[in-house]
Design a protein around this ligand. Sequence first.
Ligand code: SF4
Ligand code: SF4
Length: 474
Amino acid sequence: MKYIETGSFPNVARKFNVMRCNQCDDAPCMKICPTSALYRADNGVVDFQDEDCIGCKSCMNACPYDALYINPETMTAHKCNMCNHRLEVGLLPSCQIVCPTEAIKIGDLDDPGSEISRIVARDDVAVRAPEQNTKPKVYYRGADQASLDPTRTAIANDGMIWADTTPSHPSIPVHAGHRPIDEEGVIARTAYTTAHHMTWKEKVSGYLVTKAVAAGVMLVAALMVLLGHADVQAAVGVVPPMVAGVFLGITGVLLVADLKQPGRFHYLLTKGNWSSWLVKGAYVLMVFGALSGLWWIGGLLDSPGLLQWLAVPTALAAAATAGYTAYLFAQCEGRDLWQTPLLLPVLLAQAVTAGGAAYAIMDVFMDVPSSDAVRWVLLAGVAATALLIGVELTSHGSRSVELAVEAMTRGRYANQFWWGGVVLGLVVPAVLVVIALVAGGGTVLAAIAGLCALAGMFAYEDSFVRAGQSVPLS
Ligand code: SF4
Ligand code: SF4
């Protein structure tokens, strides 16, 4: 249930709506679910299967309506399934049975003669967020638009009714410039709603960085081979795949640790839904891991021929490892900020940065074939990332994106973004690398630049991941 309040005293009104799963015809939650734990039942209902859910929370980011939550008892994703266990035996859903004013009606929209079809055809009905193209099948009759669009209401600073504190539900800032005013100049506020929590946090931000390091170090190693350094056993043949292996391992640990049902992680392979980029990504990581393993064997055997043979496929697998998350985030249709087409190039640029950073750090401990080439790679990665982020944050596509960008650059995550992502992650490394390149020597300086770039990358990714989830959906 959600209550909103509109108007100014004494002309005020409180309005009530049920914010439930829309049983979408084109349901992004089903597409992203890696194990098909969310599925369409024969009667059209989008239902769920507890036993198959690994608790990855992807569906919660894919649903543009905030309709899913993790049930703390089962640690699996739940939502309204229209009491499908009742529908299947010919009963009506409990909410329709108990509603004293018959405010809820459920029926067959495929039957033009059904009462529900006649209401939809005849009355003034609206759906939530039609622009998401999910073809929602819950229609609201005579609803206030401010009820259906959460970006037009705010939670007041003094909280909600029956709530001592402001809950963790994301809310539009109430400060000037974002006052939720509708066409008639009426300010609406959310007075009561369900608390929803951010689902992807530091483990997902961390996984983006560790994956970038694993991919990046092999990209630079492949570059070294293509530049004719395949015979450098330690710094090209042996150490890079070891670094990639360690960071790939950390990536896997972070991914599994973020699951609410970590013991079921193998369902990604045994019950994999091939429309989910979580499943495709798992295979990408495995192929990349296998190629890195072969590379390591080639290094141990001191076989430049094998490394030359592996260079192009390994570079391609590394690029796929760095970039597939752009497609996973694009499947999170509830997070407009993540829909940017620039996410793929940003992730690739970050992999180049991370590869240059890893090599700059390795340069302190071993003889790297071309220190200057490594520094140029780091500088190119940082410059490309800065350019892409700049373009990304200035080209807003929708009000949700605007709100997320504001949270990132002027709101709750601004310090993290500017001081961490921009200053520590881009400006400081660029300055240090230029000094190292101009002054010569500077191995330690370049290594510090690499460390700063990696720390800043985490800060940026964390602000991007969190800001994307900060815009309310219900
Ligand atoms: S996308 Fe959301 S609203 Fe649509 S079917 Fe899935 S859970 Fe329900
Ligand atoms: S949490 Fe993951 S596995 Fe469970 S239903 Fe949602 S997407 Fe599917």
